[in-house]
Design a protein around this ligand. Sequence first.
Ligand code: GLN
Length: 537
Amino acid sequence: MKYIFVTGGVISGLGKGITSSSIGRLLKSRGIKVTAIKIDPYLNIDAGTMNPIEHGEVFVLDDGGEADLDLGNYERFLDISLTSNHNITTGKVYRSVIEKERLGEYLGKTVQIIPHITNEIKTHIMNVAEATGAEVCIVELGGTVGDIESMPFLEAVRQMNSEMGKGQDCLFVHTTLVPIMGTVGEQKTKPTQHSVKELRSIGIQPDIIVARAKEPLEESIKKKISLFCDVPVEAVISCPDARSIYEVPMILNDQGITDYIIDRFKLNAKGPDLAEWRDFANRIINPSKTVKIALVGKYTHLGDSYISHMEAFHHAGAEAGTKVDVIFVDSEVVQQFGPTDDLKKADAILIPGGFGTRGIEGKIMTANYARLNNVPFLGVCLGFQIATIEFARNMLAMTDANSTEFDQKTKHPVVDLLPEQKNVTKMGATMRLGAQPVVLTEGSKAFKMYNSALIMERHRHRYEVNPKYIEDFEKAGWHFTGRSADGVKMEIAELDGHPFYVASQFHPEFKSRPNKPSPLHLNLVKAAVKRKYGLAD
Ligand code: GLN
């Protein structure tokens, strides 16, 4: 097993996740089997309880793991499915060490960060990597070099390198920022120099430097970084702003990073095959049409809160030959002022997942607007529950219909906890999480979109459509055409007599990939194109 450790310097938000994912994609394009691990130095066990405003979206894995959004990037770039073991946090590491200590496994020794915590980290990384059968494991270290929190992780990977025969089985990629100063646009290398110095002070010499800058690095700047940081000039890679994240693998590849890694590791690689990926990226960069999709939610000022939806729209747009402009609309504003101009200009509407009461009535108004005005609509998770509530209120005359999440006393709890959920009081561990089978009704829109009678999709929610009301809904035209294997839980609903009004209890965005877009996002985008351009698909 070979390891590529990706660290970050200077500032956060340099796109370390995209660099890691792109390197993975490039090795994969040479026939090498790759896996990836994300290290998050925070104390949370996982991202499950983290606020999307602070930390971006919580990404859900097949096994129900609630992970950092970078695992979504790895899955999308590498086209693999990961498990929660691929996200290591300080919380997980300490929990495991403390449990062992309580069991007496350390035989009376003083339990310390070095060697006990560092050993735990090394073992975890190696076990996870080896279990996948990959040849190369990319390990991305969250945070910035120099943070107190990431010290034990850096020390652990330093030890790994030295135990595995320095440089033979481990490579260090350091991502930095090259700011551009003054009117002449001078590229500055000092922050890179300082951050490499910091890395060296903990015993790690980078093998490759990926420098982010607005523009491509000048040759003289590459040479300067090479000289000051003791990295061969061919291993100083420039990563300028790209038109799309999916273009980054090509940008890195053109500078020889793939060959450099293959040579250093003496890997058996086949000829490059990036044609399909290049074609996909080109379709994103050169669309022939544009549609506007309004995303009506609560965390609308932070695009990362909905990153999987944004990517699913890229995948769908590439397939449908259109650019998708996502416009964020704050549901609280809709609640206060009714459908906003932004909402009215949209060619389609998405209500994504969410928790809590804030902005709920605005979302119900949005669903009502889409239904009555024939605007293509997709509701996901909370959006599915919202569409169901709206339908009950306005088509079944249950004016106070609601979810018991928002109104415990409603006379019409059309969305409710199922009996098995009601006894669970502790937060966490009460959610339906991860991939579960969904059975689709033959002949339905859902069946046609998925072209299959049985699908696996990922979940993250507590509440379900109340089985008591299913018949009423069906009779009035809100059809549940996707259900759980036991038939009790409603998974997809579609509306009669509307160009496209569909909702799902599961999250199709988590499994959307380049060249394999989520069928629901794809069909929403196609319906938007049809509405705007009047074309058949
Ligand atoms: N709050 C809703 C529930 O718990 C929806 C969750 C979601 O959208 N992820 O069921």
